[in-house]
Design a protein around this ligand. Structure first.
Ligand SMILES: Nc1nc2c(c(=O)[nH]1)N[C@H]1C(S)=C(S)[C@@H](COP(=O)(O)OP(=O)(O)OC[C@H]3O[C@@H](n4cnc5c(=O)[nH]c(N)nc54)[C@H](O)[C@@H]3O)O[C@H]1N2
Ligand SMILES: Nc1nc2c(c(=O)[nH]1)N[C@H]1C(S)=C(S)[C@@H](COP(=O)(O)OP(=O)(O)OC[C@H]3O[C@@H](n4cnc5c(=O)[nH]c(N)nc54)[C@H](O)[C@@H]3O)O[C@H]1N2
Ligand code: SF4
Ligand SMILES: [Mo]
Length: 709
């Protein structure tokens, strides 16, 4: 046995970038805990970090390629796998056109240095326009708002949580999710610090979440009505004559149009539809205006809904007109050491709407179509139909709206490949699964989350363990497919490029390159380097042609009639009288961490939470089994009664439903839960952006009668 060693790295599971200290001996992990010397996370970690050991040792995890055959899954060599895949892709594309091959990219790609860097050439080599990803079941409206207001989809403002005096949180539960589009390890600590310095936190959510419970105020809101609340808050700013653009005075266009629009949406007009009293909305606006600095932070609750685009636009507008943009304590732009916008041209024409999906005419943006349209694009015959698919680190059967319909669609494909570490609800439809290395086997650098971080920091993590001889990294898999698709020779110099070579170059050419930033510098500082708090930088970072913020882009004004149409309260649909929303759990991340025994032990967390009074009226009791049905599907689930959810709203965790035959996640199968996405409806989208509208899915609830009664 060799000596014990200590390894430092960033956790790659969620967006918080927590620094970890991992003690190991030979190939065994002895302990995982928060790295006290990480300048950003300062010792914080959540329970999921410990599961990095489980993913490493997981016996169910695939390590080498497998192929589906008539007699079951069989091991296949890497070379045979690549040869078959590339031959199939080429012949299908030859027969049905380039776009008959589609790609779906899942969330872990954003948490992997190699994938983030090698997906671009990989996608190019496939030559298809049909690309889909989890972004359109998540943050797409943030990108669309950033694109039209600031000139680049990646130029997303983040709340300066460490200096703000007033934080309005709309549809986010960072105490559980650890923050999203807001990389902020130890959110609880950072929230408490706001309160300790005399500041205030208000949460707007149909559910009294853990975040709401530690906030100073929680306001229940009806699902999908946030755009009205935001308009009313903007209304108040004008009515109180408190518009303050500060140093952005000459950098903002369209203020008069916003004023005109907001005039009609007074708190009194929206109160009954939003479910918040007019006087409360006025007080909220006044609190925000009175604070020395304030920020409105909107996330999943505002994004994955029918008016996601409008919500994210109006959130930016509110921050800008209250003087809380590009200044300490407001919404600010990070300046990451690896700057994704380094080569983004000023005045660059975005791809928004350049193409539309074949069947439903949903918009193309940033090289992608909305995932809500994937099933119909596979299942609808005709010119341009998708015939084959490759998924990379994604599980859309459980994560996309109407996931069960996607399962049917996948079963009907001519050919499917998955780059994935498990045989799960999605990959079981593949003809070949290519498993890459994962977690502690990989080197790590957060390209994306440094771009959404509340502080400028930088850190590189080397792999903890060497991979086994027959293992490959995801990026090597992607690179090999690209090379074979394009017939690039093995001795081509391009073949020698590694993620580390690109990373080093980007660091040297990035904003801190002149100050000596490089990969070597990061290797020499394994706890990470603190660059400092966010700085005002809008004038340097903005990418619009005239260097100004567009406060009133036409795409959003064109979308307003759709919102206006739902201002009149409609009586509830009697067939589906409840509104379903999702929820995240501390000990699971999306659909894939459930094969860790330490994370799923304990009682079934996949329950339907229902308002106690609603349940009482229907004669439903705690712990009973109910059937929840929507326009597209139904599931049976145990009920938990609570006063923490608004009447008429129910919630089911997202990411569950590991109960399907033909999968190999044996630990997850002991606590399978059900999939909320068997109920969510792919036909419900934000028509502006195409983002999935999970929130507020209409559902009905009926008691499952026990046998013998
Ligand atoms: N109803 C509802 N649905 C939702 C949400 C919701 O709130 N409500 N949330 C949405 C959001 S925010 C997101 S981001 C999406 C996520 O949607 P997806 O990305 O489709 O789902 P994940 O569970 O992240 O899937 C991860 C996949 O990658 C595999 N994997 C894990 N690590 C690695 C690795 O290192 N390499 C490779 N190659 N594969 C790996 C896993 O086995 C799994 O198959 O779900 C969305 N779906
Ligand atoms: N533990 C854990 N952490 C995670 C994940 C996980 O699965 N588990 N997933 C990661 C991923 S991929 C992401 S994108 C982030 C997401 O991070 P968050 O956005 O913070 O996470 P959610 O829990 O989806 O928070 C959305 C909130 O919106 C509320 N909501 C639902 N509908 C509405 C509505 O119409 N209006 C308003 N105002 N609120 C509404 C919900 O009740 C919920 O509290 O979390 C990340 N972190
Ligand atoms: S909060 Fe996120 S990054 Fe931090 S330890 Fe937990 S899963 Fe990892
Ligand atoms: Mo996400």
């Amino acid at each position: 046995m060799s000596e014990m060693n200590t390894h430092y790295r960033n956790c790659n599971i969620c967006e918080a970038m927590c620094g970890l200290e991992i003690v190991h001996q030979d190939k065994q992990i002895i302990s995982i805990k928060g790295d006290q010397l990480d300048p950003f996370s300062q010792g914080y970690n959540c329970p999921k970090a410990l599961a990095l050991e489980d993913f490493y040792t997981d016996k169910d995890r695939l390590k080498t390629p497998i192929k589906r055959t008539a007699s079951g899954w069989q091991a296949i060599s890497w070379d045979d796998a690549f040869s078959e895949i590339v031959a199939k892709f080429k012949s299908i594309q030859q027969q049905h056109g380039k776009n008959s091959l589609a790609v779906y990219l899942g969330n872990p790609n954003a948490h992997s240095l190699g994938n983030a860097l090698f997906l671009k050439p990989f996608l190019k080599s496939l030559g298809t326009i049909n690309r889909f990803s989890s972004a359109s079941a998540d943050q797409l409206p943030h990108h669309v708002a950033a694109n039209f207001m600031f000139g680049a989809g990646m130029l997303i403002p983040v709340p300066d949580i460490d200096r703000t005096d007033f934080m309005l949180i709309i549809g986010a539960n960072p105490v559980v999710s650890n923050g999203s589009m807001m990389t902020a390890p130890n959110v609880i600590g950072r929230m408490k610090a706001i309160q300790q310095r005399g500041g205030k936190i208000v949460v707007v959510d149909p559910r009294r979440t853990r975040t709401a419970k530690i906030a100073d105020q929680h306001l229940f809101i009806r699902p999908e009505k946030d755009a009205f609340l935001l308009l009313a808050l903007i209304h108040c700013v004008f009515e109180r004559n408190k518009v303050n653009l500060g140093h952005l005075e000459h950098l903002v266009e369209g203020l008069d149009d916003v004023a005109k629009l907001a005039k009609t949406y007074s708190p009194d007009v929206v109160a009954s539809i939003v479910g918040i009293e007019a006087s409360t909305i006025y007080t909220l606006a006044d609190d925000m205006l009175l604070a020395d600095s304030a920020v409105c932070y909107s996330r999943m609750g505002a994004s994955t809904q029918t008016f996601g685009g409008l919500c994210l636009w109006l959130t930016n507008v509110l921050n800008i007109i209250t003087g809380n943009f590009d200044r300490a304590g407001g919404a600010m732009f990070p300046q990451p050491a690896f700057d994704l916008l380094r080569n983004h041209k000023v005045g660059h024409q975005s791809s928004f709407g350049q193409h539309q999906t074949r069947v439903r005419k949903l918009p193309f943006f940033n090289g992608e179509f909305p995932v809500a349209s994937l099933a119909e694009e596979i299942q609808t015959p005709g010119e341009g139909q998708i015939k084959s698919l490759i998924t990379v680190a994604g599980n859309p059967v459980l994560s996309a709206p109407s996931g069960h319909q996607l399962a049917q669609a996948f079963a009907g494909l001519d050919y499917m490949v998955s780059v994935d570490i498990y045989l799960n609800e999605t990959t079981k439809y593949a003809d070949i699964i290519l498993p890459g290395t994962t977690g502690v086997e990989n080197s790590h650098f957060d390209i994306f989350f440094n771009s959404f971080s509340v502080r400028n920091t930088v850190k590189y993590s080397a792999p903890l363990f060497e991979k086994q001889v027959d293992q490959r990294s995801d990026w090597q898999i992607l690179k090999e497919i690209s090379a074979r698709m394009l017939n690039i020779a093995a001795d081509d110099p391009m073949q020698k490029i590694t993620p580390e070579i690109i990373l080093d170059m980007e660091l040297k050419q990035g904003p801190y390159g002149e100050q000596g930033m490089s990969l070597q510098r990061l290797i020499d500082n394994p706890h990470g380097i603190d660059i400092g708090p966010l700085m005002p930088c809008l004038a340097e970072r903005i990418k619009t042609a005239n260097g100004k913020i567009d406060l009133f882009p036409q795409v959003f004004s064109d979308d307003l009639p759709r919102l206006q149409a739902v201002l009149t309260p409609v009586s509830r649909d009697l067939a589906y009288p409840f509104e379903l929303i999702g929820r995240r759990l501390v000990k699971s991340h999306n659909t894939w961490t459930q094969n860790s025994a330490r994370l799923i032990k304990g009682k079934n967390p996949c329950t339907l939470e229902m308002n106690s009074q609603d349940a009482h009226q229907m004669g439903i009791e705690q712990g009973q089994l109910v059937t929840v049905s929507s326009a597209v599907g139904q599931i049976d689930i145990e009920v938990v009664l609570t006063d923490d959810i608004q009447a008429g709203v129910v919630t089911i965790p997202q990411g569950w439903g590991h109960n399907q035959q033909g999968t190999n996640m044996s630990v997850a199968a002991t606590q399978p839960g059900v999939s909320i996405n068997d109920l969510t409806d792919a036909s419900r989208v934000d028509m502006l952006t195409g983002n999935a509208a999970f929130n507020g899915t209409p559902v009905a609830i009926t008691l499952v009668l026990k046998e013998g009664r």
